[in-house]
Design a binder for this molecule. Structure first.
Ligand SMILES: Cc1cc2nc3c(=O)[nH]c(=O)nc-3n(C[C@H](O)[C@H](O)[C@H](O)COP(=O)(O)OP(=O)(O)OC[C@H]3O[C@@H](n4cnc5c(N)ncnc54)[C@H](O)[C@@H]3O)c2cc1C
Length: 61
């Protein structure tokens, strides 16, 4: 999805990374994000994703 699709909340020129919030470099994993499945397995999986995604974010900055 193009960055123009987030004119109100997303100010960066790039597209947000998966699980990235409207605050660049801040990720939401587990129960706290909208539409969460409220199960242990996805919370753990998303947490492990964010380890990799944080490295991706740092590589962009
Ligand atoms: C009674 C009950 C039974 C459940 N049974 C199952 C089940 O059988 N199978 C299943 O898959 N899922 C079950 N779940 C759901 C599962 O527990 C959650 O989906 C999972 O724990 C979510 O993990 P999380 O890391 O997102 O959040 P959490 O496990 O809630 O972790 C969030 C952590 O952040 C801490 N925290 C909060 N605010 C702050 C702050 N300001 N500063 C620092 N730390 C903070 C909290 O203390 C907590 O330790 C159950 C949930 C409940 C309540």
């Amino acid at each position: 999805m193009a960055a123009e699709a987030y004119p109100r909340f997303w100010k960066e020129l790039r597209e947000p990374l998966p699980l990235e919030t409207n605050e660049p470099g801040v990720f939401a994993a587990g129960d706290l994000h909208a539409g969460a499945m409220n199960r242990v397995a996805p919370a753990v999986g998303e947490g492990s994703m964010v380890v990799w995604l944080a490295r991706e974010y740092l590589a962009l900055t």
